[in-house]
Design a binder for this molecule. Sequence first.
Ligand code: ZN
Length: 93
Amino acid sequence: MEECHIRKVSRNHKMFLNRSIKFYVSDMREPESVIPVPDDSIVCDSCNDLIDTLIISLLIINDRVWGTVCEKCRIKYHSDLSEIDDSGVVKDE
Ligand SMILES: [Zn+2]
């Protein structure tokens, strides 16, 4: 059975650094082209909206990161999931 939860991380998490989109032609080991993605450009993997919040929600399925989820999609599709806050961001009371 799938185990799913939401893990919250800072948008400064190292997973968002030095990303790129790579295009491969079949049977080639090296990518045909590589397009760098700016570190601050984080989009929702569900609806493709730009996520501009300090804390980013990750959908975790069976201990693997499925993708990023914006607040709108988190509430719409994943509000029943438990949340783990690994953001280290201190919220104002
Ligand atoms: Zn979304």
